[in-house]
Design a protein around this ligand. Structure first.
Ligand code: NDP
Length: 336
C-alpha cells in the first residue's frame, strides 16, 4: 500500500521535501467497513492550503498524515450494507492505493459508471462549485458581462460556459495563448486574455466595453486589480478562490491595494461573497446542478477537458503544475 504523506510544511511552492511516499500494509476491513482501492485521485488547488498550519474552513493535514483528496475507488471487499465488491465509489480517502471506509460521506457510483473520473470534475465538486456559486451568488442575467479567471480550469471553464448559456458576454483570463484559444474556440467564450500580458488592464477594458457585472474570483492578483476599475454598479463577485496567492510566503511588496478594493466595493455597491461549496450549498442546489449538467453535457453545450496523469508517484509534481498553471483542464491521477 503506497501512500503519500505530508513530511513538512512548505514555505512557498512545495518541493521534494514537502511530501513523502511511504509503504504501509494493506488495511483490513472490520464489520461495518469496506476495503477500497484507488483508481483515480483528484488534484485540486485547495490541497495547498491544507499543507499550512493556518486557521481555515478545514483542519490542516498533520505532519506524517496521508495527504487529503477525493478519489474514485473500487470496492474490493465489503462488510457494509449498500456497498458490494465491484462498486465504484467517490470517497475522500486521500493520496494512497488502499483504504478502509465505513461508508460515511461516500457516494456509491454503482458497478459500471460511464466515465468514473468525471465524478471528480465536471460532475463532481468543481462542476458543482461553478454551478451553485454562479447561480447562488453571481446571479447572471442575459446581456451582462462576466469575467472569469483560470478560464480553462475545471471551475473557470464551467462558470464561463454556464454564463454563455445564460446569455452573458463572457471574457476569460488564462495563462498563455493556447489556453486563451481553447477558451474562445472550444468553450465559446467571447474573448480571453492572457494574464501575463503587460497591458492586461487595457486588454480587459477593451474586451468589456460595457463594464463588468460579474467577476468570478478564482485567482486574485493582477486579474483582480485589472477588473476592479471596470466593475459596474451592483456588480457581484463570488470569491471562489485566490489560486495565484496560494504559494505566497509573505505579503507582496508594492502599494497598499486596500483603499482601491474597499473604495470600489463601496462606490459601486459591489456584492462580494466568499463561499466554500459544501458549507454554503446543500442537496437542493446539488440536485439542480446534476440535472442541468447532465443535460448540457448530453446536448454538447458544456465541454469538459481532463488531463490524466499516470501513477501516484507523479502526484506531487502534478499538484505544483495545477497551482502554477502548467496544467490543462482538470488534473486527475490514474493510480491503479
Ligand atoms: P485550476 O485548474 O483552474 O487551477 C488553478 C489555476 O489558477 C491555474 O491552473 C492557473 O491557470 C491559475 N493561476 C495560478 N496562478 C495564477 C496567477 N498568479 N494569476 C492568474 N492565474 C493564476 O483549478 P480549479 O478549477 O480546480 O479551481 C479554480 C479556483 O477555484 C481555485 O482558486 C480553487 O481554489 C477554487 N475552488 C474553490 C472552491 C470553493 O468551494 N470555494 C471549490 C473548488 C475550487 P492559468 O494557466 O490560466 O493561469
Amino acid at each position: 500500500n503506497r501512500r503519500i504523506v505530508l513530511a513538512e510544511r512548505p514555505r512557498g511552492e512545495p518541493d521534494e521535501t514537502t511530501l513523502r511516499m511511504e509503504e504501509a500494509p494493506v488495511p483490513e476491513a472490520s464489520a461495518g467497513e469496506m476495503l477500497i482501492r484507488t483508481e483515480f485521485l483528484s488534484l485540486d488547488p485547495y490541497m495547498r492550503g491544507r499543507m499550512n498550519d493556518a486557521k481555515s474552513y478545514a483542519d490542516p493535514v498533520g505532519i506524517g498524515e496521508v495527504m487529503t483528496g477525493q478519489v474514485v475507488a473500487e470496492v474490493v471487499s465489503s462488510k457494509l450494507d449498500g456497498f458490494a465488491a465491484g462498486d465504484r465509489v467517490l470517497a475522500s480517502s486521500g493520496w494512497q492505493d488502499w483504504a478502509v471506509s465505513d461508508g460515511r460521506e461516500v457516494l456509491n457510483l454503482g458497478p459500471a459508471p460511464e466515465r468514473p473520473s468525471w465524478a471528480l470534475g465536471i460532475l463532481g465538486m468543481p462542476g458543482f462549485t461553478a454551478h451553485a456559486g454562479l447561480y447562488g451568488i453571481g446571479a447572471p442575467r442575459a446581456g451582462e458581462t462576466l469575467v472569469v479567471g483560470a478560464a480553462t480550469g475545471p471551475v473557470g471553464a464551467t462558470v464561463g460556459q454556464i454564463g454563455k448559456i445564460e446569455g452573458c458576454r463572457v471574457v476569460g483570463v488564462a495563462g498563455g495563448p493556447e489556453k486563451c484559444a481553447h477558451a474562445v474556440e472550444t468553450l465559446g467564450f467571447d474573448a480571453c486574455i492572457d494574464h501575463r500580458a503587460e497591458d492586461l488592464q487595457a486588454q480587459l477594458a477593451a474586451a468589456c466595453p460595457d463594464g463588468v457585472d460579474i467577476y468570478w474570483e478564482n485567482v486574485g492578483g493582477r486579474v483582480l486589480y485589472g477588473v476592479l476599475p471596470l466593475l459596474n454598479p451592483f456588480a457581484r463577485i463570488p470569491v471562489c478562490g485566490v489560486a495565484g496567492w496560494y504559494n505566497l510566503e509573505r505579503l507582496p511588496d508594492g502599494p497598499d491595494q486596500g483603499p482601491q478594493i474597499m473604495g470600489t466595493i463601496l462606490r459601486m455597491k459591489v456584492k462580494m461573497q466568499g463561499f466554500i461549496i459544501f458549507d454554503n450549498f446543500g442537496p437542493e442546489e446539488y440536485a439542480r446542478f446534476r440535472s442541468d449538467m447532465e443535460k448540457w453535457l448530453a446536448e454538447g453545450r458544456v465541454r469538459y477537458t481532463e488531463q490524466m496523469v499516470e501513477g501516484l508517484e507523479a502526484a506531487p509534481a502534478a499538484l505544483n503544475d495545477v497551482l502554477t498553471g502548467r496544467n490543462f483542464g482538470k488534473v486527475v491521477v490514474k493510480v491503479g
